[in-house]
Design a protein around this ligand. Structure first.
Ligand code: SIN
Length: 277
């Protein structure tokens, strides 16, 4: 089937494409080139009707970023049995669900995840459980010129303790969570385009601002991201759907509207290069 059968329908003008006619279990050079090029352009690829075991899922992930698979600090605590496969499971007993709230995956890492690939094993029986994505290129572009100029001078702390301790109730054995200072505006390592790189999930403070300035500046950027609906697309899941997202140029929000039904997916993520402005 390779890349020759590739059919693509945009989810909207700015972000996201639905792809059919490909078998990701049969990767070859043409399909790898197509996946890389279309992800760089569309940021979110929704690929239907896949039959991937974990090795095949990992093989697709390795074509992005540095090729090194990410090991999530919470993997074991969340029920994982493979360090490179992060389980995203929600049941009637869950007190919270992973990814409910706008975030970028694990931006507290020094070399954040370049791409995440979530493979749906069990979509909620009664519908729901969509994921909403937003383009951080578009959110940067839509800032006013004075705020863009200010944001470009800033850097911010991204702290794993914030979500993992407070929301997940997790305490690492060594007491250490990753915490990294990144520029607020980045140049994407593949496309060179500027993007906004703060997220409500991990970003705890902007360097050099007073407490009040910090609170308001972060809130301004978060609300700008969340209210820029033209930057967003919404993905509806089916069993066998693989969604690949560019984790530098997007944020996402998993919608938990399907209680008490269950949802189960597995995420494999790939580490990216060190970020620069
Ligand atoms: C995540 O944040 O990686 C999970 C997204 C989802 O479950 O849709």
């Amino acid at each position: 089937m390779s890349a020759a059968g590739w059919r693509e329908v945009p989810l909207g003008p700015v972000i996201g494409s639905e792809v059919s006619g490909v078998d990701l279990g049969q990767l070859d050079d043409a399909l790898i080139a197509k996946l890389r090029a279309r992800l760089a352009e569309r940021l979110v690829l929704v690929i239907r009707d896949q039959h991937l075991d974990r090795d095949a899922h990992k093989a697709v992930a390795r074509i992005f970023g540095t090729g090194e698979l990410h090991r999530h600090a919470l993997n074991k605590a969340r029920g994982g049995d493979d360090e490179e496969v992060y389980p995203v499971r929600t049941t009637a007993e869950s007190k919270m669900t992973a990814g409910e709230g706008w975030h970028t995956d694990v931006s507290c890492d020094p070399n954040p995840i370049a791409a995440s690939l979530l493979y749906m094993h069990q979509a909620p029986a009664g519908g729901g459980g969509d994921t909403i994505y937003s383009s951080m290129y578009e959110c940067y572009d839509r800032l006013s010129a004075p705020i863009k100029a200010l944001a470009e001078q800033l850097s911010a702390t991204h702290d794993g303790a914030f979500p993992y301790r407070q929301i997940y109730g997790f305490e690492p054995e060594n007491g250490q969570f990753n915490r990294t200072v990144h520029p607020v505006v980045l140049s994407h390592p593949v496309t060179g385009r500027k993007l906004l790189w703060v997220n409500r999930g991990f970003t705890t403070g902007i360097k050099g601002l007073s407490h009040v300035e910090n609170r308001h500046m972060l809130e301004l950027l978060f609300q700008h991201i969340e209210s820029t609906l033209t930057a967003q697309c919404r993905v509806r899941w089916e069993d066998g759907t693989l969604v690949i997202w560019d984790n530098l140029a997007t944020q996402h929000h998993a919608v938990w509207d399907y209680y008490p039904n269950a949802r189960y997916a597995e995420r494999i993520s790939v580490v990216g290069p060190t970020l620069t402005q």
